[in-house]
Design a protein around this ligand. Sequence first.
Ligand code: NAP
Length: 284
Amino acid sequence: MAAQVLDGKALAQKTELELSERVARLKERSGGQTPILATILVGDDPASATYVRMKGNACQRVGMDSLKVELPSSTTTEQLMAKIHELNADANVHGILLQHPVPHQIDEAACFNAIDIAKDVDGVTHLGFGRMAMGLPAYGSATPKGIMRLLDAYEIPLRGKHAVVVGRSPILGKPMAMMLLNANATVTICHSHTTNLAEIVRQADVIVGAVGRPELIKADWIRDDAVVVDAGFHPDEGRVGDIELEPLKQRVSAYTPVPGGVGPMTINTLIYQTVESAEKKILG
Ligand code: NAP
């Protein structure tokens, strides 16, 4: 039987309609105040510029504004921090996105951590991660939170399931594992030092590919009834993800398409959390 497609694109479009209504209501009730996401792009990496543009466009589609900050690739940690402090202090800004990665001379973690927790709508601060991990209110890291929203929308059961996350980056694998743990899954995290990856993946009820290597996770490692979530996207290597997906489409229980699965949910979660932040600030 064909697997269920976890259609992130469709869910993001549906959510945008709901967000448009919430933004319109917010404007109505506040005498025209508009939620604003500040986006910071440092340097001239074309892929990062595209991501920032896509995020700005998503803001526009739901009636929000974005404040675009562009800094040269020679920017120092101190200069970037100063800009973040300025945006923290700006009462009209409800969320701050610092596009990853920043040029190598910048201390990225320090700059992420400089973002006010109330404006950390991309879920990148250590404080936000700690709060989320402890089950306290916090904005989730956008990609794993987007995955959780997608699994929730399709009512994929997680309680008691064995979830295997391949990758442990601060913005993806690690928070993904904590979110799955908080949903009462039994979680295994794999990384580049894992010696028996295929064997562990074979045990997964839910497998999350967050590894950044095209089709590193092979189809024949994955069980017939598994739920397959692929965070990767490699446009220059055949537009594939981190998981060898094609042979799985007829035999697993559900999968995220690449593209059109996790990617749209990441941007959607960013704007979703910005609307939440604006509602809290403006309506209290
Ligand atoms: P990353 O920072 O490069 O982290 C990759 C992780 O994979 C690391 O934890 C690394 O382990 C692990 N790894 C590398 N080689 C491995 C191997 N041979 N076996 C097992 N684990 C291995 O990447 P990321 O930022 O988390 O991104 C991961 C993927 O998600 C990428 O494909 C990226 O494009 C995608 N992504 C998508 C979105 C979206 O919006 N859709 C957003 C972010 C990322 P170590 O920790 O041991 O080095």
